[in-house]
Design a binder for this molecule. Sequence first.
Ligand SMILES: Nc1ncnc2c1ncn2[C@@H]1O[C@H](COP(=O)(O)OP(=O)(O)O)[C@@H](O)[C@H]1O
Ligand SMILES: [Mg+2]
Length: 415
Amino acid sequence: MAKTNLIAGLDIGSGKLTCIAVAYDAETNMLKVMAGRSVPCKGLRGGMVSDIRETSAAVTHILGSIERECNHEISNLFIGMRGAHLESFSNHGTYNISRLDKEITQADMDLAVENAKAMPIKNDNEIINVITQGYSIDKQRGITNPEGMEGSLLEVDVHITTGSSTHINNLAKAIQRPGYKIDGTFYSLVPLADCVLTQEEKEIGALILDLGGETMSVGIYIDGILKFSRDIPYGCDLITSDLSRLLHTSRQHAKEIKEKYGVSFPTFLDEEGEIPVPSLDGRSTHNIKKSYVLDIIQPRVEELMEQVAHCVDTSGYKNFPVVGVVTGGGSLMPGITDHCVNILGLKEVRRGIVQRDLIISDDAFFDPQYSTAMSLAIYAATNADEEYAGGSYDKESSVFGKLGKWLKGVDIFGG
Ligand SMILES: Nc1ncnc2c1ncn2[C@@H]1O[C@H](COP(=O)(O)OP(=O)(O)O)[C@@H](O)[C@H]1O
Ligand SMILES: [Mg+2]
């Protein structure tokens, strides 16, 4: 297969892998989705590898089929990880410019960031991402790029994510085993929040909630800066388990019922009707009222939202988010945004997908289930001229308006 600048974002999900591959489109001067796919993976639990062989097989399957569909090799692969082992901190770094020439250089900025990274990290943990959120020069805040400006005291705000080296290494092994090279690893919420929230939402104070199968990720933006991020090790597959147990049906059928008929708020119960439920052995069906499905789903969704509320309460930023954006597969449940308004006390909540002006894509991929994979690819591609160091990646805060230099000069599949 020919070499090309095909950039893939691989979302390491709950029990599945989701991948979006993008390339630069010279005609429109934009990124374009070339292929996207999601495959089940039995080797993952809550975003962590529980079986390397199963995960490697799923990686081979999904990346192989993306490459065949594009008829090109993936040139850069970026991984989005999640899980309760991840921890995020906001930190502050300073650097005194004591030279006579006070013009700030990239090296000064790097040193300020290095100082911000000097913080205690748990044993067996390592830094995954350091996001530069903004600089100040001689106490003047709100400077996005101080290079070339004059000053004596350079300060920087960063958001740092750390994770368990064991989990990170197992994930890397599972991906490298079939021969793929990882160009960068992100905590998946970071690109997601960047690509799904609007700049206005980030400024006013926004909560992003990624509702997955086995995890929920919570991020809080204040004054345009990601202040807090955390993963909660529960998700919407619990609704599936409840339906399966209480309706005496298989998990697969319970999942189908949830996704087809499930609503979590009474106002979304459009008509009183009955739903066929296959028995556990699949040999017979019995009918239940739609309202019974709501009766099962509603308390579980409320419980999940209470967990999110608890996470926000302990974040130290409880009263800051004004608006909310829910994404991920679980956001497709009708009524979910109403729970966010009621339980999280937000003024306005919307369902979120990647902002359409960031990328050209078939409508099928502008779907909350693809939000993470698509954000990963966009985030990596738009920052591709930055340095990727080891498994981690330092970047400036916003992806908007930037397109990696090395990517931009190359036509889609231009070799
Ligand atoms: N239409 C739907 N209504 C309700 N829940 C849904 C719907 N579609 C998907 N889900 C749920 O979303 C969860 C998966 O979220 P997703 O973001 O796709 O995966 P991951 O956990 O890998 O991030 C599952 O619990 C799934 O049943
Ligand atoms: Mg998801």
